[in-house]
Ligand binder design. Structure first.
Ligand SMILES: [Zn+2]
Ligand SMILES: [Zn+2]
Ligand SMILES: [Zn+2]
Length: 258
């Protein structure tokens, strides 16, 4: 299994528009963070996790020509508003692309993207809309997507919830604030943990801080941990320097093997 970090930034992205801080004006390419997306590749299939606003640019940069299924962690704009870029895949397949999302977000996503799923949804002559086969799941379901078996886990995310999963030796925690106690055994002993972490210091109501993410990584006993959904408060180099062995900040374009 191979994981590509397509986007590792928080909702504002890095650089933040008009911000002169050290991370936003850095020359280090690792300090350019687009909004969150992952690609998980196994054998000859690929699962896309989230459809952020920069999706097209991310896929072009990574040389990705096909995707077999999509998993949306939750309905926040930074994770969903690139959904229209999926139409290239459904057009190329000639059939709808499976899109997995928690049942609790189904109605919201259907109404927000009414032009895709509404009663009158159809492409104008000469144009296309994404053809997406929406497949709702519940917390703790085991789902098959792009040839992978995902064990779904819901994480508290402020007043919301966000969904990740365990697949093989990989644990994914996107936009969570904590790992529910009864989900800990599902993530125990992962080879790789991918976990959202905003910044060093003050706690945020909806996300792990970097310190909290490091603690969660220890609690599950992850061999290697990659932080994502990172803000501009610190540069990549600074975060790297301050983390303990086995934990590192991910960067856009990074590829890891399991
Ligand atoms: Zn987010
Ligand atoms: Zn900044
Ligand atoms: Zn969110």
């Amino acid at each position: 299994m191979r994981v590509r970090f397509l986007g590792t930034g928080t909702s504002f992205g890095v650089p933040v528009i008009g911000c002169p801080c050290a991370a936003c004006s850095s020359d280090d390419p690792r300090d350019r963070r687009t909004r969150h997306a992952l690609l998980i590749e196994s054998d000859d299939e690929a699962l896309l996790v989230d459809t952020p606003p920069e999706l097209r640019l991310q896929l072009v940069d990574a040389g990705v020509g096909s995707v077999d299924a999509v998993f949306l962690s939750h309905e926040h704009a930074d994770h969903t508003h690139g959904i229209d870029d999926l139409r290239v895949f459904s057009a190329r397949r000639g059939e709808p692309l499976p899109l997995h999302i928690a049942r609790e977000f189904e109605a919201e996503v259907r109404s927000r993207f009414d032009y895709i799923w509404g009663d009158d949804a159809r492409a104008q002559p000469g144009s296309t809309i994404p053809q997406l086969d929406l497949r709702p799941f519940e917390d703790r379901d085991v789902i098959r997507a792009a040839g992978l078996e995902l064990r779904v886990i819901a994480y508290p995310h402020g007043t919301y919830r966000s969904y990740g999963f365990r697949v093989g030796g990989l644990g994914v925690v996107i936009d969570g604030k904590s790992i529910p106690e009864d989900a800990m055994p599902m993530l125990e002993g992962v080879e790789v943990l991918i976990i959202n972490a905003l910044w060093f210091g003050d706690p945020h109501p909806g996300h792990f801080s970097i310190e909290e993410a490091v603690e969660a990584s220890r609690a599950v006993g992850a061999e290697r941990t990659y932080l994502t959904h990172i803000t501009h408060r610190s540069t990549h180099a600074e975060i790297e320097r301050r983390l303990p062995p086995g934990v590192e900040p991910a960067f856009d374009g990074q590829v890891i093997e399991l």
